[in-house]
Write a protein that binds this ligand. Structure first.
Ligand code: EPU
Length: 348
């Protein structure tokens, strides 16, 4: 059975786990946060920070506020050999129920303002995607209006090449700013592979922001197209529910909809504990109630995959990212060679 995969850049616990010196580690994280003036929080839970509203405690949450700060903080964590993961709006993450022993770097406050210049807009990773779509429409800039109903941050959308109704964000990216060696580095959009809900960005690369190149058009027409996309989404997908968007990818190249197929298997409303298949769109797993657990959602997802395999002979691929808690701090930083990477197929 598929379990929560540690992100590729996080060390998997060895069979005989080495117990880290927690105090020394805490002191190192604290020192980095203080030196760089980055807010550090303890005792937060994924249940508060993800849209599925499940998931365990986070050892350290670091909350930088600028692209430069975010780049230096991950640079310093790397130098200190401390494992980290990036969390945006938490709208595409299912984190397991145990305590997560690594540093979570939140990009939520790395948002600033969207800067418009001619047909271009430059925006930071933590900026809200729906808000960017509204602002672009107001400026008479077309190209992302179809994405206006997708919740989440710009960074998350770039990471997974978010898309809806035939358009994906990758189509309009002129350049992306990423953190490398503690600095902000600009990468041309054409150097990135933008695939269906997947990009060539590597685990361990923190996306800080981007410049999009849009096209001038009549603001009213853009707004009308955005409204149409939002309405379609509202009519066919759950909103206001605790979900992570579509849970599985559609079978690649098939033109088939996983949601439609799960629906036809009669699974809408199917429940495991506090998790159920949305009665609105069958590719959404939603959670309900205070008692909902990540393990409920995962058990339900695995049941769906099992039945899908039996009935359609197809192995469903997760679209949401599954975050396991089994990450110990690393001794030699997070830079890993490609052959050391694991679980990349698991993350959208
Ligand atoms: N349908 C059903 N029952 C269902 C769900 C869908 O019969 O429970 C039918 C619909 O009525 C429609 C067809 O299946 O005739 C396709 O449905 P939809 O338009 O919702 O498209 P989808 O392939 O299920 C994809 C994306 C969505 C995106 C929509 C619209 C994936 C996995 N999903 O869904 O993206 O919003 O197209 O472009 O690629 C997401 O990325 O999180 C997401 C939800």
């Amino acid at each position: 059975m598929t379990s929560f995969a540690p992100a590729a850049h996080l060390e998997v616990m060895s069979e005989e786990p080495q117990h880290p010196d927690t105090q020394a580690r805490d002191a190192r994280v604290e020192e980095i946060a203080r030196r760089l003036g980055v807010r550090a929080e303890r005792g937060r839970r994924f249940a508060e920070l993800t849209s599925l509203r499940v998931g365990g405690e986070i050892d350290w949450l670091l909350v930088p506020e600028t692209e430069e700060q975010a780049a230096s903080v991950v640079g310093a964590l790397e130098e200190a050999g401390l494992a980290w993961r990036v969390l945006g709006a938490g709208s595409n993450v299912l984190a397991d129920d145990r305590e997560h022993r690594y540093v979570v770097v939140s990009t939520r406050e790395v948002k600033g303002e969207a800067r418009f210049e001619g047909e271009r807009v430059s925006v930071s990773a933590g900026f809200s995607l729906p808000r960017l779509c509204v602002e672009a429409a107001r400026q008479g800039l077309s190209g992302i209006e179809g994405l206006g109903g997708i919740p989440g941050t710009v960074g998350g959308a770039l990471w997974m090449n978010a898309g809806a109704y035939g358009h994906e964000i990758g189509e309009v990216v002129e350049s992306v700013r990423v953190a490398r060696g503690g600095r902000v580095v600009e990468v041309p959009g054409s150097d990135v592979k933008w695939d269906y809900r997947h990009t060539s960005f590597k685990e361990g690369e923190l996306l800080l922001g981007c410049t999009l190149r849009l096209r001038l058009d009549d603001p009213e027409k853009i707004k009308a197209r955005m409204e149409e996309a939002k309405q379609k989404r509202f009519a066919t997908q759950p909103h206001g529910a605790r979900s992570a968007g579509c849970f599985f990818k559609n079978p690649p190249g098939s033109g088939l909809s996983t949601g439609k197929m799960i629906d036809e298997m009669g699974l809408k409303g199917e429940r495991r504990g506090g998790a159920l298949v949305s009665p609105v769109h069958a590719n959404f797993i939603v959670t309900e109630g205070e008692g909902a657990r990540a393990s409920d959602a995962l058990a339900l997802a695995e049941e769906i995959r099992e039945r899908f395999r039996r009935e359609h002979g197809v192995e469903l691929e997760y679209e949401v990212e599954l975050w396991g808690a089994d990450a110990e701090f690393k001794d030699e930083g997070r830079r890993m060679k490609d052959e050391d990477r694991r679980g990349e197929g698991e993350t959208g």
